[in-house]
Design a protein around this ligand. Structure first.
Ligand code: ATP
Ligand code: MG
Length: 177
């Protein structure tokens, strides 16, 4: 990474499909340029996704995914372990941000973790404030907090015009997971 280049804070938010996959697109682009990236997944457990399998198989050390969450969605009141795992994920994020080999860090679904109250927005703001200047960070998830939007350099809102789920198509392998 050029010494003089400032790291960007990028937010992918909104109701439409593509927030997480667009973040992985940036990991791919970075890998092609020789920059390592790390993806911290909040609220994601259960089966290994296609992107995780692809990174293990084809991108090895260039893109590493660290997943924190239990299987299924959080419906209703979050459990104690949901809070604990969100904190663990944040701690991991801090660790990878301070790894000099890493250029890009994705905080996948962190916006949802904040909107569910698993993390305080100030904790995330603090993490971004303390990050090394040159690191790029992408925050994904619906309903990004106003304070995060304020400090970001780039915010893209993914709108929903149509989604195949509404027509009764269930999750498609290679497209959804
Ligand atoms: P993707 O992981 O495909 O990039 P995303 O990160 O934008 O999607 P999330 O809000 O994280 O979407 O939701 C995850 C799951 O919900 C995905 O399987 C996705 O296909 C589905 N999804 C995303 N947007 C919509 C929508 N507008 N209506 C219904 N399902 C959606
Ligand atoms: Mg997502």
């Amino acid at each position: 990474m050029g010494e003089e280049q400032k790291g960007l804070v990028i937010i992918h938010t909104g109701p439409g499909k593509g927030k997480t996959t667009a973040a992985f697109g940036l990991c791919l682009r970075s890998a092609g340029r020789g920059y390592k990236s790390r993806v911290i997944q909040f609220l994601k457990g259960g089966d290994r996704s296609g992107e995780l399998l692809a990174c293990e198989e084809y991108l090895q050390k260039m893109v590493e995914i660290h997943t924190y969450g239990r299987e299924g969605f959080i419906g209703g009141e979050p459990l104690e372990e949901d809070y604990d795992m969100a904190e663990e994920a944040l701690e991991k994020a801090r660790e990878v941000l301070n790894d000099p080999e890493v250029g890009l860090v994705i905080l996948d679904e962190v916006n949802v973790a904040v909107s569910l109250g698993l993390l305080g927005v100030n904790e995330v703001l603090e993490l971004l404030k303390e990050k090394p200047e040159d690191k790029h960070v992408v925050l994904t998830g619906r309903e990004a907090h106003r304070k995060l939007i304020e400090i970001a350099d780039t915010v893209t809102v993914f709108d929903e015009n149509k989604h195949h789920f509404s027509a009764g198509v269930s999750a498609v392998e290679g497209i959804e997971y």
